[in-house]
Design a protein around this ligand. Sequence first.
Ligand SMILES: *Cc1c(COP(=O)(O)O)cnc(C)c1O
Ligand SMILES: [Zn+2]
Length: 442
Amino acid sequence: MAPARFQCLSGCAGAWPLTQAIYRCPTCDGLLDVVHDLDALHSTRPDSWKAIFDARYKRTIWPFGSGVWGKKEWVSPQIPDDAIVSLDEGGTNLFWAERLGRELGMPELWVKLCGNSHTGSFKDLGMTVLVSTVRWAMRDHGLKVRAIACASTGDTSASLAAYGATAGIPVIVLLPRGKVSTAQLVQPIANGALVLALDTDFDGCMKVVQQLASEGIVYLANSMNALRLEGQKTVAIEIVQQFDWQVPDWVILPSGNLGNASALYKGFSMLKELGITHKLPRLVVAQAERANPMVRAVREGATTVTPMKAEPTLATAIQIGAPVSAPRAMRALQAMNGVAIDATEDELADAAARADLTGMYCDPHTGVALAALFKLRANDTIKATDRVVVVSTASGLKFTEFKVGYHERALTGVDSRRANDTVNLPPDFGQVVDAIQKRFPG
Ligand SMILES: *Cc1c(COP(=O)(O)O)cnc(C)c1O
Ligand SMILES: [Zn+2]
């Protein structure tokens, strides 16, 4: 088997080992992609792959119980098992949204709860591959780095800090000051990272970290680094596996930097290429209206994404105006017969609150994806009988300010129609009975 390697996404000549610190094509300065030896992977039959993946799923044989490393041959075949830094990522709940689906007349509505993970977001799936590769490169291939660094809207830094601390590799995170939630900010602090809060937005932090990386001061952990997408693509494989190897009709994804959209496309494509499935699902790229460069590009019929200034949104993790993976995601959208759609602040907050009332606990990004679902169902783009997977990218527990703000009617631009007021009472039996009677007339 030829080793997995980096190659230019646009097809320039050259290939580089995964253990090399390289983030862009030296010829065209474009994105890189991890390329696998598909001929070698083809020598295992589709039924054998299914059996191998099913036998490992959520078991305890290191490192294969992880949702990412259970697919190791498709992710990073050559890395030694003892270099892997894993926190048992993946294997997350594919929640059957039975009650919400019933409200919508949709019997096949599912929510992939990627936030049920070590640091509470899907970023762990990519970070395990990136930090493992750095450990492998430092140990066996002479890579010298002072620290791994990222710019982040919150979840990437939380994940990087945890995996770095697990491996004992120093971490630096650059955050836009005042624009990430308290829970997200405290995660890298607790894990001992150097936390640099810069007076700018995400795109501003990204510029600084790219310069640090290009001058060799740090190893770059942003999703421009194609290693992350190799881990994130396993969500696609895992969703299909959880449906007993059937492909859903739609996957709805809240998107910012557009790395995950590209990763899911890669996962679904590999399944098809290797004969395990026979179609791709349709992709919905869901963005906040206040940071919607992909939606604008599609609306204008453009094939490239023009950067914009992202306005503040409750969906802080996708407040990105200049998405790094836009060229990759444009391919994904075309190949998956995709749709790009946005949600206002009110729509995303209302969608999250509505889903919460059926037992979920949605972060604002999942709110964006659910709002996209409601709109695409209302205009019949998504049919009632379609099997739909909404990707929930983070845990609602990381977004307490958002939840509290909604129910206290304190979010600007949001009409908290479903706010649930706490009833404050003296410890008086009669008044408690009155309050029960008022809410649930017997
Ligand atoms: C990072 C992130 C996203 C966006 O993913 P991209 O790959 O940047 O498009 C969405 N939701 C949450 C919670 C995230 O942390
Ligand atoms: Zn190139």
